[in-house]
Design a protein around this ligand. Structure first.
Ligand code: FES
Ligand code: FES
Length: 1006
């Protein structure tokens, strides 16, 4: 085999995939995002043909020419040009998908390029929303051409589309992520690297009587097996916060009690991953099973087993707030609307999974006497290196100078890497063995053992006078925090904060609880509780305005807080947040104008399609309460440039670029004269971390202060030696930002398909420091939010087992699923942010789901109470409404809506059961070996029959063909592949739906 023109070193092992072989040979541009050919991050060319190297046997490549991203410019005629196009369009954020994406694109024919939704269906990007990738292929440049190091210091760097400094490395595969070792921050080459694999509990709740690891330990290559007997005794939380007491101390490195299926039970450390995997099978665990509770209702029921000693009734945390008198407020209302809105478990699916390599290195300080113990170094995929270091120090009784945590480029985080999920167990293994140890989560572990968004049931009651003035707003929220309380408090706090504070109303009340259940833990996720309550409140207010006959945008205009007005969430009039000069009204107006402009796609032809539009507005406090600290240092370097040391990591959020620009603005130089050194606890001052949208406003303020201080120093004369200065920010000056999103949609009331005709988001971003980064963040957030609104859901069965275990069962949006989104920045200047900037990484996520639900309501008259809005769920809702008779059908046509505030409609099967709609059934026939949709129908029908209590072989499809379908049944077969955003470009198999009246609808997708 030749790789990039060179003979490959080594021989492929039995069963070894090409990706593993190439990475072992040093071709780190070949990325690992899954193990099942679903994400495309590992794409390489074999004899010019693109393949997913994770499912391509390395042996098959013997005697062939393999090209990776590192060799593309040399061995493909379009290679260099493509890489430059990706750079010019900044078609990446974290960049982890980029090598695979470029390799796929390089192999496309002209015909395939003309059909990108189909051509790119095998490549997932979780960050960009694909808009910038589309631009790259169209030759559109998003950056300023002179942003490539023109050295022009006369132009202010602020407001310019400056390219990301890591861009050239990202597009050529040179960018180093956590496991791409070989650079200076790597374990010693002369000590063998060991690999860890984790044994995970098959039970949702159990006590470990004993563990017998003798057979595993006897296996050649196994170095150690760690169990609860090796665990440090201390409790901690995997959630990392500025104040560690924000989260309950309820977790151990290895606990004797297991509280969810997937919890760590033992760790095997071996010379090879395969050896460790085999040894896992040989560990015998004697469990004493305990009753499990897998829903908040069960967990709070009298007599329910208690998961944690300190949490009576399994309540992890609660929030109560009150202002005024809501009962009087509702009595004064002309119209009151009340309903419960349910949101689902969603996974971050950062393409780089959680990973850590740890080792022992050197002595604490140069020149110290021998005998000083070596230091623990953790190279890890984290958003919070300093908080991770502090937690490791506390757990293992080490001083801060004995631990170094360094994050290289992080392949996406979205809040999922604000958890300590790998570092603690790797630290334990390194300290136990004295050797370097590596742990990398599989994609399955991301679903079964990492964290999710908190599922919530939010009951909103809102009342208003006839003129639209809100008289009372009440929220009752139940959140499911899963088996552990990481982020339970913070997420619940924000779920009760911004969505309520955004509106003026004298009578408000919030009662919220977060409940422990024996399910995979929830945690931090972009939006941090605000997306769940935002969906509920923005849907409820939309419905209230329609019932009052007031335009939904006008209703919001009458009730949103005014600039300068103190937000009130019921905890008191002053939440320590400034609303001066907020841009909510400008954002609302911009979306209204855009929706009225007639831009976007035309409505599809056909009697079943209904069109409508909807919008939503959400608020975000720019910094979390309680402090968020950043220190920055800027130093002159010998070549006349500057080096900026700042602790916050870059994981695709664009902070490195923005920090460069902020420092350059203060120092009067061009951005490329500033080199950024980030996220290393040895080199940088303390930084709380990259979460809570703080990278620009907190670390950026520290950067600005350090750079201004250096600029002052430089004026003072002495230039005989390099000068440096420091700056810091404690994150206490907080303001607010608003985002408004609008959709125009067409909804097919006979299939449940939603087609997005227009998508627009207006953002109150203050001074835009880098328009291309801003656009990338907004497009990416909208894409992620659309996935959560339309189809993403981590399924958990009644026993608490996560049944979503591979990417193809989860449906991360691919190119074909997403519309283009118009991004509008409302002019503004924040008095508190650096150079007037506001954060924009989480905020754009929050208004998307309610805006889409409001558009569906406008189009069909049907209110969506549950996410995701999958076609089968929507269809079931439409059938329910229509089943009310002619008036129901008429309502669908006329937009009158279902009677009263319904229970959960348009929900997953679990919720439909909860609502008593037991006779709505859904079955899916999975494709195998390129089967056509029609060949999968019998299998789907059999599953449906089984659910309905029929014998296999008597499924609805066959019964219909045999004339056995019950009276009134009908069959509709639809191929939605080219008509809906939900299914396009994906081979999803056949989905078959039967309603409670025995009518059967068949839907074939793909
Ligand atoms: S890593 Fe090969 S397709 Fe995901
Ligand atoms: S840039 Fe595509 S996954 Fe991050």
């Amino acid at each position: 085999m030749r790789v990039n023109g060179e003979p490959a070193t080594g021989t492929p092992g039995p069963g070894q995939c090409l990706r593993t072989f190439l990475r072992a040979g040093g071709w780190a541009g070949v990325k690992k995002g899954c193990d099942s050919g679903d994400c495309g991050a590992c794409t390489v060319h074999v004899d010019g043909v693109p393949v997913h190297s994770c499912v391509y046997p390395a042996m098959r490549a013997v005697g062939r020419d393999v090209t990776t991203i590192e060799g593309l410019a040399q061995f493909h005629p379009q290679g260099r040009h493509l890489q430059e196009s990706f750079l010019a369009a900044q078609a990446f954020q974290c960049g982890f998908c980029t090598p695979g994406m470029i390799m796929t694109v390089a192999a496309l024919t002209d015909e395939q390029r003309a059909d990108l939704p189909r051509a790119l269906k095998g490549n997932i990007c979780r960050c960009t929303g694909y808009g910038a990738i589309r631009d790259a292929l169209a030759g559109v440049a998003r950056i300023e051409r002179d942003g490539h190091g023109s050295g022009d210091s006369s132009a202010s760097p602020v407001g310019r589309a400056v390219p990301a400094p890591a861009g050239p490395d990202v597009v050529t595969g040179r960018a180093r992520y956590t496991l791409d070792t070989g650079d200076a921050d790597s374990p010693p080459a002369d000590v063998p690297l060991l690999h860890m694999r984790l044994l995970r509990s098959p039970h949702a709740h159990a006590w470990i009587r004993s563990i017998d690891a003798s057979a595993a330990l006897a296996r050649p290559g196994v170095v150690a097996v760690l169990t609860y007997q090796d665990s440090p005794p201390g409790l901690f939380s995997t959630g990392r916060h500025h104040d560690p007491d924000d989260d309950p101390y309820d977790t151990m490195v290895l606990d004797r009690v297991v509280r969810f299926q997937g919890q760590r039970v033992a760790a095997v450390i071996a010379d090879q991953v395969a050896t460790a995997d085999q040894a896992l099978e040989e560990i015998r665990v004697d469990y004493e099973l305990r009753p499990a509770v897998t829903t908040p209702a069960d967990a709070m029921a009298p007599g329910a087993p208690q998961l944690h000693a300190q949490a009576e009734g399994n309540i992890a945390t609660r929030v109560h707030r009150q202002a005024g008198d809501v009962e009087r407020g509702f009595a004064a209302a002309s119209e009151v609307f009340e309903a419960t809105f349910n949101t689902q478990r969603v996974q971050h699916v950062a393409l780089e999974t959680h990973a850590t390599i740890g080792w022992l290195a050197g002595s604490p300080r140069e020149g110290e006497a021998p005998g000083v113990p070596p230091r623990l170094v953790l190279r890890t995929s984290t958003q919070v290196p300093f908080l991770t270091r502090d937690a490791i120090c506390a757990l293992f009784c080490l001083g801060q100078d004995q631990v170094r945590v360094v994050a290289k480029r992080v392949g996406g985080g979205f809040g999922g890497k604000q958890e300590m999920l790998t570092e603690d167990i790797v630290a334990l293994a390194v300290l136990a063995t004295g050797q370097p140890v590596q742990l990398e989560f599989t994609r399955e572990e991301e679903f079964t053992a990492a964290t999710t968004r908190h599922p919530m049931a939010v009951t909103v009651k809102a009342g208003a006078r006839r003129d639209g003035t809100l008289t009372a707003l009440q929220l009752t929220t139940v959140a499911d925090t899963g088996a552990y309380g990481n982020h339970a408090g913070g997420v619940l706090f924000h779920a009760c904060e911004e969505a309520v504070s955004a509106y003026r109303c004298h009578s408000k009340k919030v009662d919220a609880i977060s409940v422990y259940t024996n399910t995979v833990p929830a945690g931090a996720f972009r939006g941090y509780g605000m997306s769940q309550s935002g969906f509920a409140v923005e849907s409820a207010l939309d419905e209230l305005s329609r019932r009052l006959g007031i335009d939904p945008a006008e209703f919001r205009r009458r009730n949103l807080i005014q600039p300068g007005e103190a937000p009130d969430n019921g905890s008191g009039p002053d939440a320590g947040v400034s609303t001066t000069g907020h841009g909510a009204f400008g954002a609302l107006e911009a979306v209204e104008k855009a929706l009225a402009s007639g831009r976007g796609e035309a409505a599809p032809y056909g009697a079943a399609w209904r069109t409508g539009s909807g919008l939503a507005v959400t608020m975000l406090d720019t910094i979390p309460p309680g402090g968020h600290v950043a220190h920055a240092r800027v130093a002159e370097v010998a070549d006349g440039g500057f080096r900026l040391f700042v602790g916050t990591p870059e994981f695709g959020n664009g902070t490195a670029t923005v920090h460069q620009q902020i420092a350059a603005a203060a120092l009067g130089c061009s951005p490329e004269r500033v080199e950024v050194v980030a996220s290393d606890t040895d080199l940088c001052g303390h930084d709380t971390g990259a979460y809570g949208s703080t990278g620009t406003v907190v670390a950026g303020t520290a950067t600005l202060r350090a750079a201004l201080a250096l600029a002052e120093l430089r004026k003072s004369g002495d230039d005989t030696k390099p000068r440096e200065a420091e700056g810091s920010c404690d994150g206490t000056a907080r303001s607010v930002t608003f985002c408004a999103h609008g959709f125009r949609v067409a909804v097919n009331v006979r299939s449940g398909a939603i087609r997005i005709l227009q998508s627009v988001q207006a953002v109150d971003a203050g001074t835009v420091i880098n328009p291309v980064q801003l656009r990338g963040q907004v497009e990416g957030a909208v894409a992620q939010a659309l996935g959560a609104a339309l189809f993403e859901e981590v399924q958990v069965d009644a026993g608490g087992r996560v049944t979503t275990r591979v990417l193809r069962d989860y449906h991360v949006p691919v190119h074909a699923d997403l519309p283009g989104t118009q991004v509008l920045a409302v002019p503004g200047h924040d008095a508190l942010g650096p150079l007037g900037a506001k954060p924009m990484s989480e905020a754009p996520f929050n208004p998307v789901a309610p805006a889409l639900a409001n558009a569906v309501r406008d189009a069909t008259g049907v209110r969506v109470y549950c996410l995701p809005m999958r076609p089968d769920a929507l269809l079931a809702t439409f059938l329910e409404v229509e089943a009310d008779g002619a008036t129901g059908a008429e309502r669908l046509r006329q937009g009158g809506g279902p009677p009263g505030p319904g229970g959960p409609r348009g929900c997953s099967r679990r919720w439909r059961r909860a609502a008593g709609l037991e006779r709505v059934h859904v079955a899916v026939g999975r494709p195998s070996g390129g089967e056509s949709g029609r060949r999968q129908l019998p299998r789907a029908a059999d599953r449906l029959a089984e659910e309905q209590g029929l014998r296999p072989g008597q499924g609805a499809w066959r019964r219909r063909r045999a004339g056995g379908v019950r009276p009134g049944a009908r069959v509709v077969l639809r191929d939605l592949a080219s008509t809906d955003h939900a299914g396009a470009g994906r081979d999803r198999g056949v989905r078959l739906v039967a309603d409670r009246h025995g009518r059967v609808l068949l839907r074939a997708v793909g």
